[in-house]
Design a protein around this ligand. Structure first.
Ligand SMILES: NC(=O)c1ccc[n+]([C@@H]2O[C@H](COP(=O)([O-])OP(=O)(O)OC[C@H]3O[C@@H](n4cnc5c(N)ncnc54)[C@H](OP(=O)(O)O)[C@@H]3O)[C@@H](O)[C@H]2O)c1
Length: 300
């Protein structure tokens, strides 16, 4: 067991190197003095993947590659084959190539495979890792739920279900940046992943070769209005926003959007064994926006 990252012999290889989360993870590993490489090899190109694995000989692989759609997941509705190629064929190909070489792989997946139902009412009971996905309202979510089921066959894979990830800056990929730029925003409680809290935990989990599926969010759920009120308090006192209903939102979107709360019991009890505490989401946002305000001030 190791909670302080003292595995100096590890070599990390990150797929999807030009992506947002890949960049943050690489920076973090480098800061920790780890040996790390980012690769742009396409997940579905088996020979190229094998060549990369055999040349670099990583002890840990992180898959941060995947199609999320630009400008948003609606893109996947019109590009189903390309979505399958990366999110299903590519992801499974990488898992299989790592499996054949005995390499541990951490897969950055999504918790956007659930939607509130009668049992899991808002601010009620969260979805556990054992619950069957019940949201396929977007093709993106559909492919992610399918691949999660199949990848469970690989005992070298750790699946981390992120939701609405948030960084300490205003990167366009940040959930906060997105909702501050929308003309109107819904107001629904959701589980969110504050990357400052959880990316370091992903490294500890990989180093300790944990496998299986984990909900990878801060505990609790926070509504869009609560997030924006905290943003206004800490980052931009002049910020204002307008709400609309989920029904009104659905009229301007091609695909549905998942809203849900994930149960983090498995994650928090596991991380506690490594001395890691994950702050509750409101507390985590408060700290995140204070860091963001300081970062924005320093960048001026
Ligand atoms: N950001 C979110 O809101 C969010 C939420 C939950 C989960 N996730 C998951 O976390 C992962 C990383 O997300 P992100 O926000 O960092 O996305 P991102 O910024 O779009 O980065 C993904 C990267 O993957 C690359 N890529 C796509 N298909 C590939 C393939 N077949 N082979 C190799 N590279 C490929 C993309 O490169 P090209 O553009 O060149 O194709 C891109 O650089 C994704 O799997 C995503 O589903 C993200």
């Amino acid at each position: 067991m190791n909670g302080n990252g003292n595995h100096s012999q590890e070599r990390y290889l990150i797929f999807g190197a030009n992506g947002w989360i890949a960049g943050l993870l690489k920076e973090l590993l480098e800061k920790q003095g780890k040996e790390v490489k980012g690769t742009l090899v396409r997940l579905e190109e088996r020979e190229a993947v094998c060549k990369e694995l055999d040349a670099y000989k990583p002890t840990r692989v992180f898959n941060c590659a995947g199609v999320t759609g630009r400008p948003n997941v609606d893109w996947c509705e019109d590009n189903k084959q390309a979505t399958i190629r990366s999110n299903v064929i590519g992801t499974l190909n990488l898992a299989d190539c790592c499996f054949l070489r005995g390499i541990h792989m951490t897969n950055f997946a999504t918790g956007c495979i659930y939607t509130y139902d009668e049992k899991h009412k808002e601010h009620g009971v969260g979805y556990t890792e054992e619950d069957e996905p019940n949201f396929a309202g977007s093709y993106y979510s559909f492919t992610k739920a399918m691949v999660e089921k199949m990848i469970k066959a690989y005992d070298n894979v750790l699946t981390l279900r992120l939701r609405m990830p948030v960084s300490d800056d205003l990167n366009p990929r940040n959930f906060v940046t997105k909702i501050t730029k929308y003309e109107r925003v819904v107001d629904v409680p959701n589980s969110n992943t504050i990357l400052h809290d959880l990316l370091p935990a992903s490294i500890v989990m990989a180093e300790n070769k944990l496998t299986g599926v984990f909900n990878f969010t801060n505990p609790g759920a926070i509504s869009h209005n609560e997030v924006l009120a905290l943003y206004k308090k800490h980052v931009d006192p002049n910020f204002t926003w307008k709400n609309f209903t989920v029904e009104e939102q659905s009229k301007i979107l091609k695909a549905g959007r998942s809203n849900c709360e994930l149960d983090t019991t498995k994650l928090t009890t596991t991380l506690a064994k490594f001395g890691i505490t994950v702050p509750e989401i409101h507390e985590a946002y408060d700290a995140c926006f204070q860091r963001m305000a300081a970062n924005l001030k320093a960048a001026k």
